[in-house]
Design a binder for this molecule. Structure first.
Ligand code: SP5
Ligand code: ZN
Length: 362
């Protein structure tokens, strides 16, 4: 009988309360809300998972994957916004970009770091849907601490640990944030494990959306193997410009990135087959540890994706990944159906434990 996977937790996530997502210039209801993590925790506690508080970790662990300029911006963005009076004039209470340091604008010229608060955001944000409010930095920083605490548990001998990170992180690149994400918790965890285990680390992303952040961060590296299955961006889904099958890594990292785009409407059969394919592929590159970017927004009924995966599908996915038999850190990403999100995470964790057990017995 294996012990239930510990849940690493921080209440500080509740300080991040986005008021809306600006989509096509329109204020639409925010979906990445505190009730998400609270629902997951409640369900996992009911199922007997122990809850472990996240402990503080140094900024150096974040700087392993993020540009210090991004970290400095995120840490002070809301205070600067407020000090500039922007909540009063023009009346925007959260940090939102309007003008972007687009590569087609800049060519080979390095972007300036504008002194104007209303301009600086466009150096670091790649969408308008990821507002920074008064508690956003503290919450994101606490999420990174949770991911790092889960790493310490696993490095200390736990077979696996789950970090209930909120806000999520998998869309954040080395120097740009978006997609409801501010710090790439899963990439931070992968870098931490990579520094501690004498070999490669695999970071496999089952969120409904492409894990573009880790792909970009580790694109030219073979020592962090990245893979993602997600709804086909060509079918109109975020992140639109990335996540295609031909993105295979470059330089030393060629062959160490894998994308499996799935058609809208894909359900358990196609989705679980893709998870197994990703797991087998990663196993062939002989990683010594695993990070699972566990979004559960591929679920049938999730408002943010057209995939149709059930709790049984998430259990089977967990099983396939647990069967790799690796020290495993599981990091929460998306998942927006409050009625089912907890049960979906619970099923995935059950699968990880069962798959792991089978790999030991077998
Ligand atoms: C972590 C994660 O799952 N991020 C997903 C971000 C994708 N959001 C894109 C939403 C596109 C517009 N949706 C229309 C409804 C507006 N609320
Ligand atoms: Zn997602």
């Amino acid at each position: 009988m294996t012990a239930p996977i510990p849940v690493v937790w921080s209440d500080v996530h509740r300080r991040h309360v986005p008021s809306a997502e600006i989509w096509l210039g329109v204020r639409t209801p925010a979906v990445e809300l505190p009730a998400r993590a609270d629902a997951i925790r409640a369900e996992l506690e009911r199922a007997g998972h122990p809850v472990v508080p996240a402990t503080a970790h140094p900024d150096a662990a974040l700087a392993a994957v993020h540009d210090p300029a991004l970290l400095e911006f995120l840490a002070g963005a809301w205070q600067a916004w407020e000090a500039a009076g922007l909540p009063d004039d023009p009346g925007q209470a959260e940090v939102i970009p309007y003008f972007f340091a687009h590569p087609g604008l800049l060519g080979t010229i390095e972007p300036a770091l504008p002194a104007a608060t209303w301009a600086r955001t466009g150096r670091f944000a790649f969408d308008t849907m990821t507002p920074i409010g008064p508690g956003t930095w503290e919450a994101a920083r606490a999420g990174a601490n949770a991911a790092l605490t889960a790493c310490e548990l696993v490095l200390g001998g736990a077979p696996s640990a789950y970090a209930c990170c909120r806000p999520p992180g998998h869309h954040v690149t080395r120097s740009a944030y978006g997609g409801s994400c501010y710090l790439n918790n899963a990439a931070i965890a992968a870098a931490r494990l990579r520094a501690a285990v004498g070999g490669a680390v695999a970071l496999l992303d089952v969120d409904a959306h492409h894990g573009n952040g880790a792909q970009a961060i580790f694109y030219d590296r073979a020592d962090v193997v990245t893979g993602s299955l997600h709804v086909d961006p060509a079918a109109g889904w975020f992140p639109h410009f990335l996540g295609f099958a031909h993105e295979e890594g470059e330089g030393a990292g060629r062959g160490a990135n894998r994308n499996l785009p799935l058609a809208p409407g894909s359900g358990d059969d196609a989705w679980v087959a893709a998870v197994r394919e990703l797991a087998w592929w990663a196993a062939g590159l002989e990683p010594r540890a695993l990070v699972i970017a566990l979004g559960v927004d591929a679920a049938a009924g999730d408002p943010e994706s057209p995939l149709r995966v059930t709790a049984d599908g998430f259990r089977a996915a967990g099983h396939a990944l647990g069967a790799l038999g690796l020290p495993t850190v599981i990091v929460q990403e998306g998942g927006y159906d409050l009625a089912t999100i907890g049960g979906l995470v619970r099923a995935a964790l059950e699968g990880v434990t069962a798959g792991r057990q089978e790999s030991m017995d077998g």
